[in-house]
Design a binder for this molecule. Sequence first.
Ligand SMILES: *Cc1c(COP(=O)(O)O)cnc(C)c1O
Length: 363
Amino acid sequence: MGRAFNFSAGPAVMPEAVLQQAASEMLNWHGSGMSVMEMSHRGKEFISIYEQAEADLRELLAVPAHFKILFMQGGGLAENAIVPLNLSQGGAMDFVLTGSWSQKSLKEAGKFGTARVAASAQADDFTTLPAPATWQIGSDSRYVHICGNETIHGVEFHELPDLKALGCDAPLVVDFSSHVASRPVDWSRVGLAFGGAQKNLGPAGLTLVIVREDLIGHALPHCPSAFDYKLVSDNQSMYNTPPTYSIYIAGLVFQWLKKNGGIATMEQRNIAKAQLLYDFLDSSRLFENRVAQDCRSRMNVPFFLRDESRNEAFLAGAKAANLLQLKGHKSVGGMRASIYNAMPIEGVQALVAYMREFEKTQA
Ligand SMILES: *Cc1c(COP(=O)(O)O)cnc(C)c1O
């Protein structure tokens, strides 16, 4: 079997060129006589890899100078604790519930302070986004948390809320795990953004935190040192050993993004890929997507067979056609196609062709 089109939600498809480069550099990185995974994180070789990765990411995402980029560990879930440990100061936090991931964030933050629900789309089964004008944000709010892209429910903010325009001075915290680098970020509206690398940036093990400088240095006294943004920042993400190999691979992905036109080009490609799939779903008699049109995710497309007894046959046929990991998350069922940056349009075309054929033969 050759390389398949891989629709996994994460860890997910990687650019093939990056895998090839990593393979060719595996035993001896740039004549250093070592693999990257054998290098000291404090040696000049790895420092150069780290500095290049940081600079490339800053350029790609147009991160302003008054934001720090931290390379951490623990994934998005650990940040659900690390953010309140650093930002809550034991006070109240407001959460917009738009799916499983924001629900998890709310629950975890409640261990560290008062975690409140500002708005929720649960009554709509998380197929809509609550309009920012309806959010109930306390005047004592330490921060407002949203999940930019709900990986399981397939709901995405296509514009970040402007909290200042809502009369709110609290910083916005965005979980951008599953759509980072798929579109530009309006940093004027953001206090902190975090995400695990394994959806759209590289291998698991690396967590990205991009945080406004003034939000650093307020950790609760019992915050673990390795998770204190100030210590991490003051030590260039090397307070403890960072996930060196994951940073190296993510750095190769950043270079691949730059070579391929950067974030603006990625966004155009992602729009085209998502459109192709949603157009098919909307015209199908057998398949459906239930998310409101204006908040459909460009990255994760959940869909259902109207006749669920055909699910297994659908997945078996997909596998035979080299289309992998299409099973939906167990909490919602159905199917899900994750179409991150590294998924070429050919993959989405192949998926739509297969679904069209499946619909015909099953009619
Ligand atoms: C995958 C994901 C997470 C959890 O990431 P882990 O690395 O497993 O901790 C959190 N938030 C979102 C939006 C995700 O997609």
